[in-house]
Design a protein around this ligand. Structure first.
Ligand SMILES: Cc1cc2nc3c(=O)[nH]c(=O)nc-3n(C[C@H](O)[C@H](O)[C@H](O)COP(=O)(O)OP(=O)(O)OC[C@H]3O[C@@H](n4cnc5c(N)ncnc54)[C@H](O)[C@@H]3O)c2cc1C
Length: 382
């Protein structure tokens, strides 16, 4: 069936982003994987080409276009080229962090931060997870205690995407540690604030070019002018942004499954066993037919989610369904496709091997499959 989500302008944007990936990312894949991080220059180059902050109003240096289809194109292209790791930081910056700045910044904060976010000179991150808590966010223990016109921040975060590269970290803190959800606020910690330290850039199973780091805060004095929105509203703010975050992960998961299918179709047509292409065995045809069917059917749900997000109607439940289904599908398809590559599928020079390792986390970050099912289950009155 013909896909109707995108118009000509999105396809033009896709063509230019594809070139950007070919020229600016693909040649450095191995080097960045080995380094465990992408250079900060990737962000400024992306900014120069207009691939950052498409949604930021023009007066603050952005593209001035509120249309998540452009974000979806970026996610799809990064998966198509097998660059989940190098691209994750860009997607996080655009899809997950920027909405907080757009929704909650004061005019003064917008002038201070948005131009740098659009140009890539200010790289963003969001820090919720702590060594002791992930899913159970309301039990976080990082505190921000008011002292005059500052907050004094103490605590630690872990698994933070863009953790090393980031300049602005949206940090979930307890401004009232006696409360659970109602005690949470969001403050922006900035690179260079005394007492704000980066810990290890963590070694991971996959997504090697992505810097995933520990952060620690010891008596960091953060001006109250770095509070995002209202004190005590942090949990509500996080929940409000989760549908877009989860849809972004779902889109990438689905696109990763499609990429795996395409690589495998090419591989099974060329590789022979017992005098015939391995694609001609009934098992191969069935495996690939099942994958193609699942991908095509899910794509329609996801495209509707993108339309709903653009219309301001995507619910937390719709997004939770999208996130768990697409990332589980990604896991299934990538695993089956690796199997059809035989031993070559286990070799990192083949994109399917990297995609297999990169895929495992998507069922965990942004809310685990189990938490997504809890969200859906509650909506059923259970
Ligand atoms: C590569 C990577 C990047 C990340 N990036 C970020 C980031 O940028 N910012 C950030 O804040 N965090 C980030 N995270 C953290 C991620 O969001 C958490 O790992 C995730 O939310 C799960 O939390 P946890 O690891 O503490 O697992 P836990 O919450 O300890 O869960 C462990 C297991 O228990 C299950 N479980 C927990 N509660 C329930 C329940 N109520 N019912 C059923 N099962 C349950 C979970 O589903 C899981 O299977 C990242 C993690 C990784 C690995």
């Amino acid at each position: 069936m013909q896909r109707s989500l995108y118009a000509g302008e999105h396809e033009e944007f896709r063509a230019s982003f594809r070139k950007f990936v070919e020229n600016e990312i693909a040649p450095h894949r191995a080097e960045w994987d080995a380094a465990g991080i992408v250079p900060r220059g990737l962000f400024t180059t992306a900014g120069q080409y207009g691939f950052l902050g498409m949604e930021i109003p023009e007066e603050y240096g952005g593209g001035g276009v509120r249309d998540f289809r452009f974000n979806a194109v970026i996610g799809e292209e990064l998966m198509r080229s097998g660059d989940a790791a190098a691209g994750l930081g860009l997607a996080l910056h655009n899809d997950i962090c920027l909405p907080y700045f757009l929704a909650y910044c004061t005019e003064e904060q917008k002038r201070r931060w948005l131009p740098g976010i659009a140009s890539g000179e200010l790289i963003t991150a969001v820090a919720m997870t702590e060594p002791g808590i992930g899913s159970d966010l309301a039990s976080m223990t990082t505190t921000a205690i008011r002292d005059g016109d500052h907050y004094v921040v103490n605590g630690a975060k872990t698994f933070i995407t863009n953790g090393i590269n980031s300049d602005l970290v949206i940090t979930a803190v307890k401004t009232d540690p006696t409360q659970k959800h109602k005690g949470i606020s969001l403050v922006v910690l900035e690179r260079g604030m005394p007492g704000f330290e980066r810990g290890r850039n963590l070694e991971k199973l996959g997504q090697h070019a992505q810097d995933t780091a520990e952060l620690s805060f010891t008596n960091v004095r953060v001006p109250v002018t770095n509070l995002l929105g209202e004190e005590g509203r942090g949990f509500t703010q996080l929940v409000a942004n989760l549908p877009q975050e989860r849809l972004s992960i779902a889109i990438a998961g689905l696109a990763a499954a499609r990429a795996a299918l395409d690589w495998t179709l090419a591989y099974v047509a060329e590789r022979n066993a017992f005098g015939q292409p391995i694609g001609s065995f009934q098992n191969s045809r069935f495996v690939l037919a099942e994958s193609a069917t699942e991908i095509d059917i899910v794509e329609h749900y996801i495209d509707d989610c993108v339309r709903a997000l653009n219309a301001g109607e995507l619910t937390a439940v719709d997004a939770a369904k999208a996130k768990w289904w697409c990332t589980e599908l990604q896991g299934r398809v990538v695993d089956r496709c690796l199997q059809l590559h035989g031993g070559y599928g286990y070799m990192l020079e083949y994109p399917i091997a990297r995609a297999f390792a990169d895929a495992r986390i998507t069922r965990i970050y942004g809310g685990t499959t189990e938490i997504m099912k809890e969200v859906v289950g509650r909506s059923l009155g259970l």
